[in-house]
Design a protein around this ligand. Structure first.
Ligand code: ATP
Ligand code: MG
Length: 453
């Protein structure tokens, strides 16, 4: 069927990126920080499948949303005819899982997730077809306290990641009844100005007029700015809830602005909505969005259960991290093992395992095209590996029962190697590393991350 020639390179899918080894340290730093912040607030990780039944999203997100209308990777499983979709977001999957496993049987749950999402959008900076989100979902909590906690958790994450200049916008979109009253006035307002609506807005005028407020069309900004504001329609309970969120944020010194136009894309949101936005990423400046979605559990057939959550765009946050702290590099290993001869190869394997037992990261030189390589070419590899030490095992070393330890960094050029008995190598290296730490020579150790500008 396909007429691609066998010799032609097959490229990755457009808008779906490889994360290459040199980028991995930044991802790891991000993931470790996320994990420790979420743990520090008592959130537990949940991992749901990347593929879900298509109905989960069409029902959960609402038919008239960007995602369901035009962004989903949906397909029919040719084996059994099931209608499936690559998850475009994770809230629906988490709620499905909570219901399926009755996770809230013994009380509310604080959950978080991380992983790939898929949306068929036009790829551009900060917008990809496969991207990553980290999110939290607090299921079973009613009050403004948990809303404020989720927001504060984000602030702590930005601080721990060294990010500044991410501002918080909040709004309340009220409850269904309040939105209904507002909706009627909103439609009337837009009908009066119908000639100013673009095609998307015209189409949504009666199906989802609230979403028109979310428009990115510059020509419509004045129109939506002057539209009836939901916030003026809030009843007593919604008002009190929103006031509660605000006073907790003030108490905790979290600055925010109220953006009456903030509505969020998905239909299932109610009351509190919020976004974290930066000006450093051009038009793709929203790094995190969230809010309350009390109706969703019932939409999925569960008993009424309030819930609130957020999702952040990992790629956008990593771009901010790069802009703030530069590339992050990390030594690939502590030790590079160089060897020559059959006996030395066997000894190198044994010594390598012993050093790993002692907690060191060790790369054993292995043969590549052109054979095992001369000492000289192996030493070149050792230098390039970023290792702090090369350990050399040759015929002489094997005969003596010792290894030559070569200090590759911060070494005195006249005294840059030692012969060390094989069973003392691990201790010698650890002593050397610790002494170095004490003198603050800035050596890179196992797992340590080093930033430079
Ligand atoms: P936008 O209005 O920019 O399309 P959205 O409302 O669709 O955003 P959400 O569904 O709320 O976004 O997702 C939460 C976050 O995930 C966004 O704020 C953004 O940081 C990130 N995100 C969303 N879509 C993409 C994408 N296609 N590529 C990269 N990151 C994305
Ligand atoms: Mg979108």
């Amino acid at each position: 069927m396909s007429d691609t020639k066998k010799s032609e390179k097959i490229l990755g899918v457009k808008g779906m990126n490889d994360i290459l080894p040199h980028e991995a340290p930044l991802w790891e730093l991000f993931e470790n920080t996320v994990q420790s912040v979420l743990r520090s607030y008592g959130y537990q990780q949940i991992r749901t499948p990347i593929v879900e039944p298509t109905a989960l999203f069409s029902r959960g997100l609402g038919e008239v949303t960007d995602i369901v209308e035009k962004e989903m990777y949906s397909f029919t499983d040719s084996m059994n005819g099931d209608e499936l979709t690559l998850r475009p977001e994770c809230t629906a999957g988490v709620v499905r899982s909570v219901l399926e496993h009755n996770l809230t049987y013994d009380g509310p749950k604080r959950l978080w997730y991380a992983g790939q999402m898929f949306r068929h959008e036009r790829p551009q900076r900060g917008r990809y077809r496969q991207f990553h989100q980290v999110g939290a979902e607090a299921v079973g909590f009613t009050g403004p306290d948990i809303d404020a906690e989720l927001i504060m958790l984000c602030q702590r994450l930005w601080d721990d990641l060294g990010l500044s200049g991410i501002r918080l916008e909040i709004n309340s979109i009220g409850d269904a009844k309040e939105r209904q009253a507002h909706r009627a006035d909103l439609i009337a307002y837009f009908e009066l100005h119908k000639e100013q609506l673009d095609a998307d807005a015209q189409r949504r005028l009666h199906s989802n007029p609230l979403r028109i407020l979310d428009t990115k069309n510059p020509a419509m900004q004045t129109l939506v700015n002057e539209a009836p504001k939901l916030i003026d329609y809030l009843g007593e309970e919604s008002r009190a809830h929103f006031d509660g969120v605000q006073s907790l944020l003030r108490h905790n010194s979290i600055p925010f602005t109220i953006n009456p136009r903030l509505v969020r894309g998905m239909d299932y949101y109610n009351r509190t909505v919020f976004e974290w936005i930066t000006d450093q990423l051009g038009s793709q400046g929203t790094v995190c969005g969230g809010g309350r979605y009390d109706p969703l559990v019932e939409i999925f057939g569960g008993k009424p259960t309030p819930a609130v959550g957020f999702a952040m765009g990992v790629e956008r946050l990593l771009e901010l991290m790069k802009a703030t702290s530069g590339e992050i590099s990390r030594s690939h290993c502590d030790v590079y093992l160089v060897h020559q001869g059959e006996a030395a190869l066997l000894e190198a394997f044994t010594l390598g395992e012993r050093l790993r037992d002692a907690g060191l990261d060790v790369v054993l030189h292995c043969a590549s095209t052109g054979g095992p390589g001369s000492f000289k070419s192996q030493m070149k590899r050792a230098d390039a590996s970023g290792a702090a030490y090369a350990i050399i095992l040759g015929e002489d070393e094997i005969a003596k029962g010792a290894a030559t330890v070569k200090y590759l960094r911060d070494a005195d050029p006249l005294d840059n190697q030692r012969s060390v008995a094989l069973d003392a190598v691990a201790d010698h290296l650890i002593d050397h590393m610790t002494a170095d730490d004490d003198h603050d020579h800035g050596h890179l150790h196992a797992g340590q991350i080093h930033t430079h500008h």
